[in-house]
Design a protein around this ligand. Structure first.
Ligand code: IPD
Length: 299
């Protein structure tokens, strides 16, 4: 018999498809009318369009009707001043369009991300990229799945899952983020060079990653890790709605998620053993745990 979590999942998947249709409609409208050039700006790189707001209204409205009494944290509601504290109550955590910069530029890589938090931990996540018709979902203890063109597959795609024997075999997702203060960007760039640079010049553990990718959506980076397309996603400066759904999807696919900043994800560790596999956390910026906070993930 379906559990309450299954019911929430089913209705959230339907809703994510509806939200995805609106994202596609918006994407076409924006590209054909040059509307992006007039998009409102939180700062010169942190963009918001009328479609971020429209999609959030749709999602918030439907979730509120279907799951009365659940709390709601959303990127645009937060920006407009609605900032409920995180409690133990069931709370939806939503990014209406993750990858807004891509959306504005017509780079077809953005998604809606809907997470559910209970007792301060993510327990369900649905992420839909309408450009590729890829829907990623997971609920706690039930594995992670991809639905594409009506076909459902369990994640990760590789069976058995790929073993990442060393950093030198890794394809790593990184992001520039929306905080472009010089000191942060210098530190991030230094970290990127350490990951991608020549081992002879003393990069991390004398190893050089296969390459780095910066695809512009935190939620889809997590989804790529869940799928197995990225081995690691590493970022600083995400908001809860960027990572809520993605973190449970990656974990349910067998990934390891580490975060700092006293966030619900907090597990500020250097290494961990999970299901008999050893994970090393790649620290962002500098080397001491106190300075940094870790937003790292390694499968
Ligand atoms: C952003 C994207 C970006 C990441 C930022 C996020 P938005 O979300 O996920 O890839 O680097 O940290 O804030 O603004 O597109 O919803």
């Amino acid at each position: 018999t379906p559990t309450l979590l299954d019911e929430i999942l089913d209705s959230t998947i339907t809703l994510a498809h509806k939200a995805g249709d609106l994202i596609l409609e918006g994407s076409l409208a924006i590209q054909s009318s040059h509307a992006a050039e007039e998009s409102e700006k939180k700062n010169s790189v942190d963009l918001v369009t009328e479609y971020d707001v429209k999609v959030e209204e749709l999602v918030k409205g439907e979730l509120g009707k279907t799951w009365e009494g659940f709390k709601f944290i959303g990127e645009e509601s937060y920006a407009a001043g609605s900032r409920p504290p995180l409690t133990n109550e069931p709370t939806f955590c939503v990014d209406p369009i993750d990858g807004t910069t891509n959306f504005i530029h017509g780079f077809p890589h953005s998604c809606v991300s809907i997470g559910l938090i209970y007792n301060k931990s993510p327990i369900l996540g649905v992420i839909y990229n309408p450009h590729l018709d890829q829907l990623f979902y997971a609920s706690k203890g039930n594995g992670a799945y991809l639905i594409q063109q009506g076909r459902k597959v369990k994640l990760p795609l590789a069976k058995p899952p790929k073993e990442l024997k060393s950093l030198s075999k890794a394809l790593i997702g990184v992001e520039w983020g929306s905080d472009r203060s010089l000191s942060l960007i210098q530190q991030k760039s230094a970290s990127f060079s350490k990951l991608a640079g020549n081992p002879a010049e003393g990069v991390i553990g004398g190893q050089m990653a296969h390459s780095l990718r910066s695809l512009g959506s935190a939620a889809l980076n997590y989804s790529m890790v869940a799928m197995g397309g990225l081995d690691i996603y590493w970022e600083i400066g995400c908001w809860p709605w960027d990572i809520c759904a993605g973190s449970i999807i990656a974990q349910e696919a067998g990934g390891f998620v580490a975060g700092g900043h006293n966030a619900p994800l907090d597990n500020n560790v250097d290494e961990a053993v999970l299901n008999g596999r050893k994970y090393i956390v790649i620290r962002a910026i500098g080397d001491t745990p106190e300075e940094k906070g870790v937003d790292a993930q390694k499968r």
